[in-house]
Write a protein that binds this ligand. Sequence first.
Ligand SMILES: [Zn+2]
Length: 363
Amino acid sequence: MLRSPFLVSLALFGAVPLGALRAAEAPPAYTEILKIDVHSHIFEDVPAIHALFRRINVRTINVCVPGGDGQLATMDRIAFELYRAQPQLYPVTTTFDLRGRDEPGWAARTIAWLDAAFARGAVAVKIWKEVGIEIKNRDGKFILPDDPLFDPIYAHLAKVGKPLHAHLAEPIDAWLALDPNSSHYGYYSQNPQWHLYGKPEYPSHAAIIAARDNIMRKHPALVVVGAHLGSLEHDLDGIAERLARYPNFQIEVAARTRNLTRHPSEKVRALFLRFPDRIMYGVDAGWMPHRRDTPPTDQQRQAHAASLEVRYRADFDYYAGQGETTYNGRKTEALNLPRAVLEKFYHANAERIYRLDAAWSRR
Ligand SMILES: [Zn+2]
């Protein structure tokens, strides 16, 4: 039986005592730590996945994305059906439709849509990289995420206390020549539309990051969750600088644990110890049968569940384990984060930022 998340978050709300940060501790048991994956895309009711999550003590936040391709209504339907069936496993981060953004009243209609999603239990709102490197305004210019178009929406989210889950920009590798040694080589060699090297018409990485930072400056009461290490996976100092500068900035590690493992472990560990309340766990695994032409087989569902289990376990071995570990086929030094920091990273921060006690108590 799982512990009550409410009790756990109360117990861990305080600061981490300094002594706890220094001592090397034996890692806690894998299933003992509640793991909230704040960046998940599970768009089918798969009993094998529910069973896995219960067995290994994982909860997810199921993220609807993207907003501009006409799939929002389908994603919304599936995500909320899952949430109603399994409220503890699949709280929903919704998103909004970018189409119609040039029409009068778009912001007000978007806010009404979001409020309706919040009333059904949505815990946050996703904004995706299409804002910055895909969608354009009527003058044919790329729309940056701090465009005044979005200000009424950001102000509303700040007012109602819902975080903006922001996957803005891309890894710096998107702007660099393809490099087989990069952990993003597979993605950019297979998704050339997102590989912006040699395409000067696109905004730079720095311009999009500056626009993202400007949202936090303009809306200090808006909580911004920077997906994928805030697209600063190559620059731990840049991450620390922004966490220090913007108290409303949080980050999550989804699909970037492999980048962390390539930095010196001491430096990564120092980041977690300096900002124990600001970093959340995530994986970014996608299971989206509604985007496929043919439905998945049960064997494929089982295989996806198995691959999730492998991922959660490998991540835990890196964050909690001790000594040398292998991650994505490369040797690295495990972080061996203190228990108190692990509890914050793995669930207490997410419970606080996404107000999960309320979401979980809904039926
Ligand atoms: Zn994602």
